[in-house]
Design a binder for this molecule. Structure first.
Ligand SMILES: CC(C)(COP(=O)(O)OP(=O)(O)OC[C@H]1O[C@@H](n2cnc3c(N)ncnc32)[C@H](O)[C@@H]1OP(=O)(O)O)[C@@H](O)C(=O)NCCC(=O)NCCS
Length: 126
């Protein structure tokens, strides 16, 4: 049964500016350690990929209905990739507890990005 739906769109230029201004510190602010570790094996971190990840995290937060705050930190939402490079979502911390209370068993996520925008949609199943 569907327990939640969320989507988000992010302007790549906004992420590009934050990356240029704050560099790696910005990545550490929004990405969990496992996400940073996965990126370190990629040859290039494009702003549009980070924009896609940001959109994905917002889409999951919307689907959960918590937004970013005391019930869900941006780094509680982990977006990694399977061997086909499809995105996979796991939760930790308060977000994991929040999803547990909702009875969420699985999160479906899709991400897309072009030069100017990135977007993502998340569906929660219980
Ligand atoms: C998967 C594919 C259709 C993506 O289309 P695209 O127009 O190149 O890229 P988009 O901007 O729309 O989407 C990119 C995002 O798709 C997601 N994605 C990549 N491979 C995926 C896959 N196999 N399944 C689901 N999602 C995938 C990723 O989240 C990626 O963004 P990220 O790397 O920043 O996380 C394309 O890369 C492709 O055809 N790959 C070849 C083989 C393949 O994996 N086919 C899928 C099964 S038939």
């Amino acid at each position: 049964m569907i327990a939640g739906l969320g989507m988000d769109i992010v302007k790549t230029e906004r992420i590009k500016m934050l990356l240029e201004k704050n560099g790696v510190a910005f990545l550490h602010k929004i990405l969990a350690e496992d996400e940073i570790k996965e990126y370190s094996s990629f040859p290039l971190i494009a702003a549009e990929k980070i924009a896609g990840k940001w959109a994905a995290k917002e889409a999951v937060a919307k689907a959960l209905g918590c937004g970013f705050g005391e019930n869900c930190a941006i780094k509680d939402i982990h977006i990694l990739h399977n061997s086909d490079h499809a995105p996979i979502v796991t939760l930790s911390g308060e977000a994991e507890k929040y999803a547990g209370k909702l009875g969420v068993e699985k999160i479906f996520l899709t991400i897309t990005h072009e030069k100017e925008y990135a977007a993502a949609t998340a569906i929660l199943e219980k």
